[in-house]
Design a protein around this ligand. Sequence first.
Ligand SMILES: *[C@@H]1O[C@H](CO)[C@@H](O)[C@H](O)[C@H]1NC(C)=O
Ligand SMILES: *[C@@H]1O[C@H](CO)[C@@H](O)[C@H](O)[C@H]1NC(C)=O
Ligand SMILES: *[C@@H]1O[C@H](CO)[C@@H](O)[C@H](O)[C@H]1NC(C)=O
Ligand SMILES: *[C@@H]1O[C@H](CO)[C@@H](O)[C@H](O)[C@H]1NC(C)=O
Ligand SMILES: *[C@@H]1O[C@H](CO)[C@@H](O)[C@H](O)[C@H]1NC(C)=O
Ligand SMILES: *[C@@H]1O[C@H](CO)[C@@H](O)[C@H](O)[C@H]1NC(C)=O
Ligand SMILES: *[C@@H]1O[C@H](CO)[C@@H](O)[C@H](O)[C@H]1NC(C)=O
Ligand SMILES: *[C@@H]1O[C@H](CO)[C@@H](O)[C@H](O)[C@H]1NC(C)=O
Ligand SMILES: *[C@@H]1O[C@H](CO)[C@@H](O)[C@H](O)[C@H]1NC(C)=O
Ligand SMILES: *[C@@H]1O[C@H](CO)[C@@H](O)[C@H](O)[C@H]1NC(C)=O
Length: 884
Amino acid sequence: MKTTSLVAALLLSAAGTDAAIPAGVAKVAAREDGLAFSPPHYPSPWMNPEAPGWEDAYAKAKEFVSQLTLPEKVNLTTGVGWMSERCVGNAGSIPRLGMRGLCMQDGPLGLRLSDYNSAFPGGITAGASWSRKLWRQRGLLMGTEANEKGIDVLLGPASGPLGRAPTGGRNWEGFSVDPYMSGIALAETSVGIQEGGVVATAKHYVGNEQEHFRQSPEARGYGYNITDSISSNIDDKTLHELYVWPFADAVKAGVGAIMCSYQQVNNSYGCQNSKLINGILKEELGFQGFVMSDWQAQHAGAATAAAGLDMSMPGDTSFNSGLSFWGANLTLAVVNGTVPEWRVDDMAMRIMAAFFKVGRTVDSMPDINFSSWSRDTFGYVQMAAKENWEQINFGVDVVGDHGLHIREAAAKGSVLLKNSGSLPLKKPKFVAVIGEDAGGNPAGPNSCNDRGCDNGTLAIGWGSGTSQFPYLITPDQALQFQAHADGSRYESILNNNQWQATLQVISQPNVTAIVFANANAGEGYINVDGNEGDRKNLTLWKEGDDLIKNISSVCPNTIVVLHTVGPVILTEWYDNPNITAIVWAGLPGQESGNAIADILYGKTSPGRSPFTWGRTRESYGTDLLYEPNNGQGAPQQDFAEGVFIDYRHFDRKSPSTTGKAANDSNAPIYEFGFGLSWSTFEYTNLEIQTHTDTPYEPTSGETIAAPELGNFSTDLSEYTFPSNIRYIYQFIYPWLNTSSSGREASADPEYGQTAEQFLPPNANDGSPQPKSPASGAPGGNPQLWDVLYTVSATITNTGDATSDEIPQLYVSLGGDEPVRVLRGFERLESIAPGQSFIFTADITRRDLSNWDVASQNWVITKHEKKVYVGSSSRNLPLSAVLEI
Ligand SMILES: *[C@@H]1O[C@H](CO)[C@@H](O)[C@H](O)[C@H]1NC(C)=O
Ligand SMILES: *[C@@H]1O[C@H](CO)[C@@H](O)[C@H](O)[C@H]1NC(C)=O
Ligand SMILES: *[C@@H]1O[C@H](CO)[C@@H](O)[C@H](O)[C@H]1NC(C)=O
Ligand SMILES: *[C@@H]1O[C@H](CO)[C@@H](O)[C@H](O)[C@H]1NC(C)=O
Ligand SMILES: *[C@@H]1O[C@H](CO)[C@@H](O)[C@H](O)[C@H]1NC(C)=O
Ligand SMILES: *[C@@H]1O[C@H](CO)[C@@H](O)[C@H](O)[C@H]1NC(C)=O
Ligand SMILES: *[C@@H]1O[C@H](CO)[C@@H](O)[C@H](O)[C@H]1NC(C)=O
Ligand SMILES: *[C@@H]1O[C@H](CO)[C@@H](O)[C@H](O)[C@H]1NC(C)=O
Ligand SMILES: *[C@@H]1O[C@H](CO)[C@@H](O)[C@H](O)[C@H]1NC(C)=O
Ligand SMILES: *[C@@H]1O[C@H](CO)[C@@H](O)[C@H](O)[C@H]1NC(C)=O
């Protein structure tokens, strides 16, 4: 990269903004170019052998890692290259101790690039169930499927993107735009996956809120001439209270891996931002597992090691380059003194501790019995190199009875937005199902790579976070089946553009017209209809709005079903009285049809919206950057709205909760947390129990010194490629291809710089380090989880149907904070008419705190704290002030 001034050159060098403070410069407070800047945090925190929940795993890891040579340790940290082995990511192996390379596989809703596996509901639909039980179960079943295929590390769940803007392409992979809810879902899913015996990966850490410009080569492919990825410029308070918050829950719950993200934060890449990885994740949150790069998100060698990266995926500098920032380079960097051995020991420890923590053992690693790169029975094990032709797919069927969970979770994650009495359906006389979204993809459910198209019913979005469907039950199939059982007449028109035929059907008397429409999105490497990952608009696809408007102008009983990745603008038609019901069916996965039939016929209770439905795109107050705004440099996206995303923004603009003032364009149509049930519920008897509590103590003291496990030789000839091993084309190895000189072996054009010259001060300091006030245990200072209050309320079914209800608790933190933030919820199942349930929620210190930038700690401010309990973020019949 060509830069003019020395400071800029150092700041922007491959070592990364934060990793490149020149020696002797103690403090760099700002960048010369005035762009957002990420403060350095070094050295990289090492594991804590006594961290709660990790003691056993640490002991086992120590026993194992102590036996390893330097190249063996390096092998654990570095992938063997893109498509070089069966999985989407494969670490090197340790043949001497009988350990095959770790297998990393997508993704957050089940297995990608596999077969005979399930396609679970997308994260956003799982989220909409608001059910901790279903989140845990979904994780467990996904973990079980991964385990049975021989996978060691599943690349999910996701809470980044969180959903800063509704058009974000991958928002649907996560659970909710609310950090509190996302955190619980991220933690429950991670625990479930790990109960299934594989390491969970919480991702993408952090600030990866849009697809446009997340990777500069991808952006150049779309014709945007930029040299660096977008920078999400996020202030410290917003980072803590919104974007990092869910990760803290996952860390507290013991997640084994965290994936760092493609884009930059404050102009420092996600996988080499020492403030994010060293400072917040490993020091403050006390994360004991390993940080893995997103695929090709690593942009430097020693600097990424110093900034806290533990595993390079897929290992090569760019796909199939045959070169690596780590591998031989990391071996050399230790031998020549640039990276201290304790750092590589720590990487290996973290990887192996996560492995042992989930119950895996080196002696009994299962066979990987599928290949990501082919569905043929026989093929190359090393697909990129075309080596070792053998049986690569064994068709191991791992779906079990997981369809039952998928059906339940998809139905319970559907949201009943409107119902003027037409639902639940009871043996209707004539059911007419209209719309392409009710039918199948004419080319089959898996015809488009990584689901990168929008043909037929939408059951999951597109990108690496998808699965192959083992089958896909369409709405048309399930609704016809139900109609047939009921003796209803049934017709379907699975096309949005057959108006004459549609009119004939839906203008007949006594018809129940069910109109299906969708809106899709996905990951940035696939462009569907001009949507480069992110959505280009918030309207329905394929003239869905016109279809709904046309039908409802004729048919007085029009029921709308939406399969969408997030909110769409309903403004023009939602209040048409002929539209008697609106169901958001999200991304239901393989049991789509059965799930929607269960909801339309009232066999299952629906969920609540995990995001706001605004009147206009502008009403969200945030949007993505669609055009570069910094010349050829990294596009700059300032998160200027701070914590005011989604309902926090809507509440600020339109605080009145009395009714949905139709003339208030700032008010949402359907608010966060909203959704109808099959009955009516009364909320009474708010009670608050105060717990005695010891005052919050900032953590202090020092860590132990960096543990070192074993020695290494500085003789380069000990690290050359062994003569008895056959080199596989493009494979990444830990060995040097020459011992004549480090420069030659590294092939790094800038070889020879010492740590003092290009790493920041303290990067290699292995001495005991001070602990920060907000740190102390996985998740942060343990006192943050002290329960200060327990709130309870009585929820009574006052209607005449049994239904689930999802009470929610919000807290107002006062001052300039959001009007309210979610701090409790529970899905109460099957409440019979007349029956009461007591909803209780614990309020922790963390729940009442704000991040204080000055003290770098959580504080409960002096402002009045008020709690609210109700059925959505704007329907809150009960409230009380908390006596502090
Ligand atoms: C980014 O910059 C803001 C503003 O200076 C600062 O508050 C925040 O801590 C920085 N975050 C990171 C990760 O560098
Ligand atoms: C590193 O992993 C590769 C690929 O699995 C393997 O061929 C090699 O033997 C391993 N090296 C060491 C030192 O174990
Ligand atoms: C990108 O910009 C650079 C510098 O202006 C120019 O040399 C290069 O040709 C441009 N590339 C494309 C594809 O436009
Ligand atoms: C070592 O890393 C540098 C970049 O830092 C890269 O240019 C070089 O090709 C790498 N060497 C090997 C052997 O992979
Ligand atoms: C596939 O992997 C599972 C889990 O290790 C194992 O039980 C099974 O025997 C393997 N099947 C084949 C055909 O390799
Ligand atoms: C399926 O989707 C692709 C890409 O979006 C489109 O080009 C194609 O026409 C569609 N096929 C059908 C049969 O709808
Ligand atoms: C429509 O339904 C009503 C009520 O069931 C019935 O009285 C009427 O005859 C039906 N009309 C037709 C044309 O079927
Ligand atoms: C929004 O995008 C979708 C998908 O590309 C497209 O079908 C639709 O026509 C667009 N809406 C508008 C109003 O342009
Ligand atoms: C509702 O449907 C009736 C026909 O049943 C039609 O006359 C009327 O205009 C429709 N209303 C609206 C608001 O579209
Ligand atoms: C040590 O090796 C690393 C990795 O190849 C290289 O980046 C660095 O410049 C080398 N340092 C010295 C002092 O040779």
